[in-house]
Design a protein around this ligand. Structure first.
Ligand SMILES: [Zn+2]
Length: 190
């Protein structure tokens, strides 16, 4: 990796960091329902559609946590066919894990990823569960990844001064300086 690519990558990760919600993911999305609604809004920004026939004539079946398509009768959940397909973990645990990874990785000069044990201990899952979660989230968050987590939890607008935004070194310095300016009260990591 060239030094320039690394600088760009660090800017990319720090931009994710400073665009995390001020109160932390757990406060911003206090329930699993809130997380699910956010996932749905990000996955279907123009409204829910059947993943088989593309019909928008779908109904939510509360008792089964799934949609049913009125046209082709297919049943599907908000996570069907996405990176969270068949996951049994709450979406909230995924959001929290993505937040943890961004906060830990972004400020580091080498962008090192925390170990599966650290990830697991932080978000309350076994390290063998943390391993595939880490892979899924990092694939999604990477530049060019599908970006569902990025869309879901990195919502705060980030606006460096224009003279800073056009200079990569200054841009990174500005982003790093925002760690102390922005307050993340509930989930501040040591
Ligand atoms: Zn359908």
């Amino acid at each position: 990796m060239t030094a320039f690519a690394n600088l760009e990558l660090r800017i990319y990760w720090m931009t994710l960091f400073v665009s995390l919600p001020a109160g932390g993911v757990l406060n911003t999305f206090p329930t699993e329902t809130a997380c699910r609604e956010q996932w749905i809004a990000v996955r279907w920004p123009s409204g829910v559609r059947c993943d088989k026939c593309r019909s928008d004539s779908v109904i939510w079946m509360d008792e089964r946590d799934t949609y049913r398509c009125r046209d082709c009768r297919r049943q599907f959940s908000p996570t069907t066919g996405t990176i969270l397909h068949r996951s049994r973990l709450p979406i909230r645990t995924w959001f929290r894990t993505a937040e943890h990874l961004i906060r830990k990785i972004a400020p580091r000069t080498d962008l090192a990823v925390p170990s599966d044990r650290v990830i697991g201990a932080t978000v309350g899952v076994d390290h063998t569960t943390a391993k595939p979660m880490r892979k899924t989230i990092l694939t999604d968050l990477a530049p060019g990844g599908c970006g569902l987590f990025r869309e879901a939890i990195c919502q705060r607008p980030v606006g460096p001064p224009i003279d800073v935004a056009t200079n990569a070194d200054l841009h990174l310095d500005w982003l790093l300086s925002q760690i102390d300016v922005l307050d993340f009260p509930s989930t501040r990591l040591s």
